[in-house]
Every structure is written in C-alpha cells, then in structure tokens.
Design a protein around this ligand. Structure first.
Ligand code: HAM
Length: 541
C-alpha cells in the first residue's frame, strides 16, 4: 500500500507565500537602500559554521549555545564512514572462522585509514576517539584468537565472538571522524570570522557590512518566535592601530555607535514601522573596576534575596548574574528594582563613552530611553547595548538587538579590533507591519489577456511578451477561454485590465481593453494600447 504520510514543515519553520513575500522583498529592498546610503556593503555568509565559532563568541553558558543550537558532525571521509557503517551493521557469521578472519582484516583496513586520517588531521584527535581506537585494537586481537579456536572446534568460541562483536559495535559507534558544525544561530560571529579570514584589517577602516538571511535556534515556537527565523543585520569593524590611546578614541566610538543606531531608526521610519521604542544601556567593560566589580556586588545582593527568586534566576546567580535583570517574572520585579545598577558602577572611560553616545543620539534627533536592565543574552557585548521594540507583537516585541563588541575579533584569533552592530528580527518587523495594516502592497495583475480562436494565439503571445517587457504583470491563459469565463477569471485574479483579443480584433488591428473596476472599454491600436497603459501607470504610481 502506498505510504500516505503527509509531510509538514518542521515545527518552528514555515513557508512564506505570495503575496506576503512581496512585503518581505520590500522590507529587504528598503534595508539595502537605507544601509547602502550609510556606506554599508552586503556580505553573504555560510549557513553553517564550526560549532566552536559560536560557542567561543556567544558564550558556552548562554541559552543560545547551551540549548538552542542545531549541531551535527561533518567530515570529508565518506569512504571511511561507509566502512564504519558496514562494520557496525554487517558483522561476521560467528560460527564461521573464515568469516571472522575476514572481518578482522576489514577492521585492520579501518585502523589503517583511521591512522592516516589522524596523521593528516582529517580526523579530530579527541579522548573519545583515542579510547575507541585502543578498544578496537584489543577486540580485533581477541576476534583473531577466537577465530583460531573456532577453527579448532571450540564450541564456546562462537559465543565469545558474539560478545566481542557487541563491544566492537559500541567502540565503532563512538568513533567520530568529524568536527562539530552548527546551523548559524546569529551572524555576528560569522562576520568576525570572515573579517579575519579575508584580512579585512588591510582595507580602509572601518569595514561596514550588512547581511540578511535565515538563522536557527531551537526555541519554543510562539507568535514572533521561530526555529528558523530571518535576520537583517549590520556590523562595523575597525582595527585598533598599535599604540592607539584608547581613551582618545572614546568620542569617535560613541559617534559610530550613535550612527549605527540612527541607521536602524531611519530604516524603521522608511518602512513605516509603528510604535518604535529604542532602549539603550551601557554594560561597561570586563575589568574589576567596571563590570566585573559590579557583577560581584550584584551577586552578593542576589544571594541575600535568593530564596525569593524563581528557579531560573537562582541558577543564574551562579552562571550569569546579569541575566537575572532580564527576568520577566512578575514576582521578581520589585526585588530587581532594588538591586544595584550598572550605571552607578561604570569606570570613568565607560561612563564618558556612554554620556557621549547619548549626546550623539540627541544631536541626530534619535529619541531613546535608558534601561539599566538591558543586558542582552550574548556574552560578547561591552559598553553600548540597545534594543528596539515595536507595536503589535505581544511578548516577543523586540525587533532589533545590538551593541558594541570590542575584542571579539581578537578572541577569535584575529587582530585587536572594535565592533558594533545589530540584528533585526525580520519576521517580527513583517508581523508588526501587518498588524498595523501596512502590508497592503501586493501588486495585483495589470493585464489579463482574454484570447479566443487559434489564429489569435500568436498575437496574444506577442502582446504578453511586449507588455511584460514594458514591466507589466500579465497573465496569458494557456488555452483559449470563452470571453465570459476569461473576464470572470481576470476579476478573480484582481487584474486592472482585460485585453480582449478575438479574431475580429486581430483582423482589424484594433484591440479591446476593458477596465475591470468600472466595466468601461476602449479600442486601441497595438502602439496606442501600450501608450495608454504606460500613461495610466505613471498617473497611478
Ligand atoms: P539577538 O538579540 O539574539 O541578537 O537577535 C536579534 C533579533 O533577532 C531579536 O531582537 C529578534 O527580533 C530576532 N530573533 C531572535 N531570535 C528569534 C526567534 N527565535 N524568532 C524570531 N526572531 C528572533 C543577535 O542575534 C546579535 N547577533 C545582534 C548583533 C549584531 N549584535 C551585534 N551585532
């Protein structure tokens, strides 16, 4: 019987369909234009990267890395993988000495390939692999001994082979050829990796890049939260020149931060996004006299109220006390409000930088509100952090998050570099525009060609081609239709006009154009029709 399983998009993923995709295209096109006008160029990044890239930059303890990444193993050794699979699934006949000998030989081949793979560094030398390699070797020797005994007619040898084979399968199964790879949960780490890989510190600084595309996080899906979601982001990276006096560049950094924030706000305004609110904060830098000192104080205060906090916050006192400030739990709000605030514990440089960011935002006419609890969920931030919310989104109302991340490029093995950027949740921007009724931009069909009679087909095809070339949206039915049915179809598709081509029209060269909204119609020559349509397009656009 045929298998009737109906496939569905995987939980947390979805199809984006027309006409909604027009809105997506507009949102993306507007980003290209807005970011381009600030001197940003597009970077296209891979969808998967080494897991370690994200673990090191975003932080092992963050939710994104510790529980939300889609990871898998990848390697370049398909033959070895195939051999391993066959060794696991196709064991020897445990009663046949010759079969056991030949299996042991295949294991030897496997060991040889593994040894050269390790030497060429195509296989990662992990403790688990070393353990599996040793065990496989011991088991192969035992198999050879038992194959000899089988040959001599030892009745218990088959049972021993069976037991060794069980362990052998386990050991083979533990062996990993590849390294961990993850579907990207965000793109800042990738941009930094690319900056290093392409020696972008040699380019005129700063390097300004934007990107857009899908990201993946195993979160609990709900409105505005998906497992495959789309981000539009931008990053500004700037190599720190040797002997640069960091205190002297604080003002410049603040101006860069403010311009990046201004750019997102300009973009949102162009989109017509409503209820946009910008929250900003500074989380200082990781020095004892700045954030580290503050975190110690915060931790001490949290310990005092520990038993009044929920389980998540209690755990975070140890793993990441700053994240307690993020808590939305009603019962914790009054407690959190009384906790020490980072703004009172910034070092002089960070405080100066933060004051300058605010002054720069004012200069640019960008309204903001300060939010001392805005700490963000990724480890790489320092100094400026910001988040933007918009209306119509319920609890998942952050449409953009970003901040400064000086030092991240260096952490990933690159030169000392400063960084600031943001990512916009495109799905949420679209939802907010839809909620505000700003999604009504689907352009309908311009012309439906109602043709009848085989002799008119060539003319209909030519008319469709010319109109399409002139940029009109044209539907040419593949087979002729009675005019009544064709007009009904044109209506259903929301066409503005129906071009009626019958044998009479073709013979006289006078084509009939019906305006579907009011039912009026006129006769036009081929050129006259084009002229009329082009004119009405200019008027209506
Ligand atoms: P993020 O705050 O993790 O930051 O994500 C940025 C935005 O992506 C969020 O504000 C939200 O709009 C959207 N987003 C995140 N997760 C989901 C989801 N599961 N479903 C739908 N939308 C989601 C970053 O990713 C940083 N890389 C931003 C950045 C760039 N910082 C500096 N440069």
């Amino acid at each position: 019987m045929a298998n009737k399983t109906k496939f569905q998009a995987i939980k947390g993923t979805r199809d984006l369909l027309p006409p909604e995709t027009e809105l997506w295209n507009r949102v993306e096109q507007t980003a290209r234009e807005a970011f381009g006008s600030f001197g940003f160029g597009e970077i296209r990044l891979p969808i998967f990267e080494p897991t370690q890239l994200f673990a090191r930059s975003i932080g092992e303890e963050t939710d994104v890395v510790s529980k939300e990444m889609y990871t898998f193993e990848d390697h370049d050794l398909p033959e070895l993988e195939e051999l391993k699979t066959s060794l696991v699934f196709r064991g020897p006949n445990i009663h046949e000495a010759a079969d056991v000998f030949s299996y042991a030989q295949r294991i030897k081949d496997f060991q040889g390939l593994v040894a050269s793979g390790l030497k060429e560094k195509k296989i990662v030398a992990t403790p688990d692999n070393a353990w599996a390699k040793d065990l496989i070797n011991v088991l192969r020797t035992r198999l050879l001994t038992d194959a000899d005994e089988l040959k001599r007619g030892d009745s218990l040898a088959a049972r021993r082979v069976e037991i060794h084979m069980e362990s052998m399968r386990g050991a083979l199964g533990t062996f990993r050829f590849g390294s961990g790879v993850a579907l990207r949960p965000e793109a800042t780490a990738s941009v930094c990796r690319a900056y290093i890989e392409h020696g972008m510190q040699q380019l005129p600084q700063p390097v300004k890049l934007y990107y857009m595309g899908p990201m993946f996080r195993r979160e609990r899906p709900q409105k505005g939260r998906y497992r495959q979601f789309y981000q539009i982001g931008a990053e500004v990276l700037e190599a720190i020149t040797p002997n640069q006096d960091a205190t002297k560049t604080l003002g410049k950094d603040a101006a860069v931060d403010a311009e990046v924030i201004e750019m997102v706000m300009v973009y949102f305004a162009r989109l017509g996004l409503e209820g946009v609110v910008l929250d900003i904060n500074s989380i200082g830098h990781s020095a004892p006299e700045c954030r580290r000192g503050y975190v110690e104080k915060l931790k001490a205060e949290l310990e005092k109220v520990k038993n009044k906090l929920g389980a998540d916050s209690q755990r975070r006192i140890e793993t990441n006390p700053l994240r307690v400030l993020d808590s939305k739990l009603e019962s914790e709000q009054s407690i959190i409000e009384k906790l020490p605030r980072i703004g009172d514990h910034l070092c002089a440089d960070c405080a100066k930088h933060y004051a300058e960011v605010k002054r720069q935002l004012q200069l640019r006419g960008v309204p903001y509100q300060e939010n001392w609890r805005l700490v963000r969920g990724l480890d790489y931030y320092m100094r400026t952090t910001f988040e933007i919310t918009a209306q119509g989104l319920g609890s998942q109302n952050a449409v953009c998050g970003g901040g400064r991340y000086d030092g991240l490029v260096e952490l990933l093995g690159g030169p000392p570099t400063k960084g600031i950027g943001f990512a916009i949740g495109e799905d949420r921007v679209i939802l907010s525009l839809q909620e505000a009724g700003k999604d009504n931009m689907a352009q309908g069909l311009d012309v439906y060609i109602a043709w009848m009679g085989e002799k008119t087909l060539a003319t209909a095809i030519r008319a469709a081609r010319d109109l399409r070339q002139a940029g009109f949206r044209v539907e040419l039915p593949p087979v002729e239709q009675k005019f009544g049915k064709a007009l009904g179809q044109a209506d259903k598709l929301g066409a503005r006009y129906a071009l009626i081509l019958g044998e009479d029209e073709v013979a006289s060269g006078q084509w009939t154009l019906k305006t579907l909204a009011d039912g009026t119609q006129g006769k036009y020559s081929e050129e006259g029709l084009m002229e009329f349509l082009l004119k009405t397009r200019t008027v209506s656009s």
